[in-house]
Design a protein around this ligand. Structure first.
Ligand SMILES: Nc1ncnc2c1ncn2[C@@H]1O[C@H](COP(=O)(O)OP(=O)(O)OP(=O)(O)O)[C@@H](O)[C@H]1O
Ligand SMILES: [Mg+2]
Length: 262
């Protein structure tokens, strides 16, 4: 059975999409069968996978969920696009905003994504869900569909407060909706260790959170290479595998997989 990982933080722009894509690309490079799901109407992941005209796509995750919400339709074929060997994508576009409105009123509303993914879970080693910056019904759906949640965060004072809110939501889901859900931990992205302030904040965050939450040792550095690879529509892991942030993502996946074995 494939493992479903929700990559989330309700704070925007912390690097959820970047992490989803590069983690997935690295896993695929290692021969794992990986599916990434764009679960954000901004469609950043879809675009980063090289689909420029995503607004013209007929088949996206929104359509699958709409059929489930309106008809209870569970047999609809999944819109799956090949990104690279071993790596596939279910895309999104702005239609997902309307779907989210319908989700709020749906029967078994927190379970819709879980039901949608059920028929294809076995086809992959990993399914990575790129969540929107939200604490709403879409996040709840991702957390119910997931086996594990990975939090991506930045070393900034505001991030600390936000993480408490997010952990509260995750814990509620663990109690009320998905008892099997585990927290993989938190990955620090956009780390710039050159400044004293950044080093101090990192030390503070590691001290404050370390007991409550697993914090991955690997840190993803702040680097212009990330934006460059996105502009090219290619995961950084493939575009510049020798660059510092690509190496950091390789190291992070190694650390992540080691943690799985424990
Ligand atoms: N390590 C990094 N170094 C430099 N830029 C980065 C890094 N990680 C992400 N970025 C840039 O920051 C922006 C936000 O990243 P990303 O889209 O991955 O965040 P997100 O959490 O998915 O955002 P949203 O909440 O809007 O979905 C992008 O322009 C991305 O290229
Ligand atoms: Mg994103």
């Amino acid at each position: 059975m494939g493992k479903v990982i929700a990559i989330c933080n309700h704070k925007g722009g912390v690097g959820k999409t970047t992490t989803t894509l590069n983690m997935a690309a690295q896993m695929a490079t290692m021969g794992k069968r990986v599916l990434v799901l764009d679960f954000d109407g901004q469609a950043n992941l879809t675009l980063a996978c090289g689909i420029e005209d995503f607004e013209k796509l007929d088949a996206t995750i929104a359509g699958v969920l709409d059929d489930l919400i309106q008809e209870g339709e569970t047999e609809r074929p999944m819109p799956i696009y090949q990104v690279q060997e071993c790596l596939e994508l279910i895309p999104a576009n702005t239609a997902l905003a309307a779907t989210n409105q319908e989700l709020i009123k749906a029967i078994a509303r927190e379970w819709v994504l879980h039901t949608a993914l059920e028929p294809i879970r076995n086809q992959y080693d990993y399914i990575l869900i790129d969540c929107a910056p939200s604490l709403g019904i879409d996040l709840l759906n991702a957390l119910v569909a997931a086996d594990e949640v990975l939090i991506v965060t930045n070393p900034a004072r505001f991030s600390e407060r936000g993480t408490h809110q997010l952990l509260r939501t995750i814990k509620m889901v663990q109690k009320l909706l998905n008892k099997e859900l585990t927290i993989a931990g938190s990955l620090f992205n956009r780390v710039d260790r050159r400044t004293r302030l950044a080093r101090d904040i990192m030390a503070l965050m590691r001290e404050n959170w370390g007991t409550e939450l697993h914090l991955f040792d690997t840190e993803i550095p702040n680097s212009i290479r990330i934006d460059e690879s996105q502009a090219m529509g290619v995961p950084l892991i493939m575009y510049q595998p020798e660059s510092k942030p690509a190496k950091a993502y390789q190291e992070f996946v190694r650390e992540y997989l080691q943690g799985e074995e424990r």
